[in-house]
Design a protein around this ligand. Structure first.
Ligand code: DCP
Ligand code: MG
Length: 386
């Protein structure tokens, strides 16, 4: 089966969030970072980048290059929250999500053809939803592996969508600087330069034995990457703390009967997501927003966690029947939280053990190839399957 990986990276992430939340900053050069004499630039809006301002540059230098820039301190709590919202969008398209930082992640979307027409469509859809729901732009790379996908997402920034198909690899990589290969820092770049090699195309053409002689065992890996080969798996470290769906109606709905159909549709979506993740939830929450915009949420915690549509529905409907419905409803939502690995009594859906073994194997394979430091596991994953 052809593997398809999507790499999504937000554009000027911290700066874009601040421009979104402070309309007076839009279209203007914004620098996120400390503006003191020892301050460092975390990121700069694309307007500021035109003046040569870059991440990790001293703020003094940034100010010199762009005196009219507006400095803002980083608000990490806010960016983490946005990051979670982005991950929740990804969660609708792949059960295998590997965040690399607050603003970028890999998604393995191989074999999703039955659900979505094609990996490029998925990337397009994800970008659209980030734009519509979060009012931010992202760049996406779609390719047969992680190395190529990450390279691709960076090629058409901002708001880019770049696809590298297997047959295009050699052409696209030919003139890309060798420093873009994973693991080529200054020292390695110098070693390659000593061999007259500066582009990925030249690494691809080089004799792997020669590369190993000059660059050590890493030489093999560089040769493989340069030829577009990279079989590191996407290690799904991210799992949501809750899984929910809500919908805003085109026209307000009135009364329990009208709402029941919508409730069932929501429950089906939530149930499917829970099972796909191999989890069950103990807390059912129903959210209602009235025509007046007043919003209420009501929860119930079950004795036993579930991921079965019928059980979720029964409880959600019960909750809804206790809510006053004497005005129109514009939004309805259902969320399952207090998630746990699906229990063995539901062996049909239990992927817990299998998943742990598969992930552990995948990690060991990567370590065997790229060295022990190549993978660090999130604690979330360890605690989740204990
Ligand atoms: N960041 C940081 N210090 C750095 C680099 C980045 O604090 N030296 C933070 C701020 C960035 C965020 O991480 O907004 C994401 O990093 P990226 O490298 O993806 O940079 P941006 O998203 O800002 O810009 P873009 O991806 O469009 O180039
Ligand atoms: Mg980014």
């Amino acid at each position: 089966m052809q593997r398809w990986i999507i790499h999504v990276d937000m554009d000027a992430f911290y700066a874009a969030v601040e421009q979104r939340d402070n309309p007076e900053l839009r279209g203007r050069p914004v620098i996120i970072g400390g503006d003191g004499t020892r301050g460092v630039v975390a990121t700069a809006s694309y307007e500021a980048r035109k003046f040569g301002v870059r991440s990790a540059m001293s703020s003094v230098e940034a100010r010199r290059r762009c005196p009219q820039a507006i400095f803002m301190p980083a608000n990490h709590a806010k960016y983490s929250k946005v990051s979670q919202e982005i991950l929740h969008i990804f969660d609708d398209y792949s059960p295998l999500i590997e965040p690399l930082s607050l603003d970028e992640a890999f998604l393995d979307v191989s074999g999703m053809e039955g659900l979505f027409s094609d990996p490029v469509d998925i990337a397009r859809k994800i970008k659209e939803r980030i734009k519509e729901e979060l009012n931010l732009t992202a760049s996406a790379g779609v390719a047969p592996n992680k190395f190529l996908a990450k390279l691709a997402s960076n090629m058409q920034k901002p708001d880019g969508l770049m696809v590298i198909r297997p047959e295009q690899v050699a052409n696209i990589l030919a003139d890309v600087p060798a420093t873009r290969l994973w693991g080529v820092g200054r020292t390695m770049a110098q070693k390659l330069a000593n061999l007259g090699i500066t582009t990925i195309g030249q690494v691809a053409q080089a004799d792997p034995e020669l590369l190993v002689k000059h660059c050590g065992q890493q030489g093999y890996i560089l040769h493989q990457l340069a030829n577009g080969q990279d079989n590191r798996p996407v290690v799904g470290e991210w799992h949501p703390k809750s899984i929910g769906k809500e919908t805003t109606f085109a026209k307000d709905l009135y009364g329990l009967e009208e709402l029941k159909t919508e409730l069932w549709a929501l429950v089906e979506k939530v149930g499917w997501r829970l099972r796909r993740q191999g989890v069950s939830g103990r807390t059912v929450t129903v959210k209602v927003r009235y025509a007046s915009f007043r919003t209420i949420t009501r929860s119930r915690t079950l004795a036993v966690a579930t991921n079965l549509d019928e059980t979720i529905y029964r409880n959600a409907q019960d909750i809804l029947s206790q809510v006053t419905l004497n005005e129109g409803v514009r939004l309805l939502g259902v969320t399952m939280s207090s998630l746990e690995t699906a229990g063995s009594q539901m062996s049909l859906f239990d992927q817990g053990e299998e998943k742990i073994t598969a992930i552990a194997k995948a990690i060991d394979n990567v370590k065997a190839k790229f060295g022990e430091g190549a993978v660090t596991r999130g604690r979330t994953m360890l605690s989740r399957y204990r």
